[in-house]
Write a protein of this length. Structure first.
Length: 223
C-alpha cells in the first residue's frame, strides 16, 4: 500500500494542476475567443521547446496545459477537438525542430571555439550517445518536462543525424501532443483515461532501456 500511495498522490497533484489550468484556459477562451485561444495554446506548446520557456514554466507549456485544453474542448462547443489536437501536435513538432536547429547552428559552433579536454570529451560522448540511442532519447524526452526542453538542442549540438531526429520528433510530438490532448478530452467523462495515456510513454521508455542494454552488450563485445 505504501508503494502505491506516492504514485497516487503524484497523479492527484497532476489532476489538480490540470483542473486549475482548465480554469485558466477557460478564461482565455472567454476573453479572446476560440481563434486566439488556439493560437495561445499552440504558441505555448511551441515556445516550451522552441524558445526553451519550458525550462522555466514547464507546467504552463507541457502536459497539464494540453490536458486542460482537451478537457475544455469536451465541455465547450466553441473548441473543435481535432483542430486543437492537430495544432498541438504540429506545434510540438515545430518547437523541437527549432530547438534542434538552434543547437546545431549556434550551440555547436560556440562550443567548438572553446578549448579543454573535458569539454571535448563530453561532446564526443554526446555524439556517440545520440548516434546509438538518439532516436529513443528524443521520443522518450517528450514525456519528461525538463528533458523535452533540453534534448532537441543537445541532439543538434551532438550533430545527431537529421533524418533520425526528424522521424523521432514526429513520433514523439504526435504521441505526446495528440495522446494527452485526447486524454484530457475523454477524461471529461472518464477520469481514469489520463493514467492510461501514459502507456504510450511506458512503451517508448521500455524500448529505450532495451536499446541501451543492446548497445552496451555490443560495445562490450567489440571491446
Amino acid at each position: 500500500m505504501a508503494s502505491v500511495t506516492p504514485k497516487y498522490s503524484e497523479f492527484m497533484d497532476s489532476v489538480l494542476l490540470a483542473a486549475a489550468l482548465t480554469g485558466q484556459v477557460t478564461e482565455w477562451l472567454n476573453n479572446y475567443g476560440p481563434f486566439l485561444f488556439y493560437l495561445i495554446v499552440w504558441g505555448l506548446v511551441f515556445a516550451g521547446t522552441g524558445f526553451f520557456i519550458g525550462a522555466f514554466i514547464p507546467f504552463i507549456t507541457g502536459d497539464s496545459l494540453i490536458f486542460a485544453a482537451g478537457v475544455l474542448a469536451a465541455t465547450n462547443p466553441l473548441i473543435n477537438i481535432w483542430v486543437l489536437t492537430i495544432g498541438v501536435g504540429l506545434a510540438a513538432f515545430v518547437g523541437d525542430q527549432t530547438g534542434f536547429v538552434l543547437g546545431r547552428h549556434f550551440g555547436r559552433p560556440y562550443l567548438d571555439k572553446r578549448e579543454g579536454p573535458k569539454l571535448k570529451s563530453a561532446i564526443a560522448k554526446s555524439e556517440k550517445f545520440y548516434a546509438d540511442l538518439g532516436w529513443w532519447a528524443v521520443v522518450v524526452a517528450r514525456f519528461m518536462p525538463w528533458a523535452r526542453v533540453l534534448v532537441p538542442a543537445i541532439a543538434g549540438i551532438a550533430r545527431m543525424n537529421y533524418y533520425k531526429f526528424l522521424s523521432a520528433n514526429l513520433i514523439g510530438a504526435l504521441a505526446w501532443g495528440v495522446g494527452l490532448t485526447l486524454a484530457g478530452y475523454y477524461a471529461a467523462t472518464i477520469p481514469a483515461v489520463k493514467t492510461g495515456s501514459y502507456a504510450i510513454a511506458t512503451f517508448f521508455i521500455v524500448g529505450s532501456v532495451a536499446a541501451g542494454i543492446r548497445s552496451w552488450l555490443h560495445n562490450r563485445k567489440s571491446a
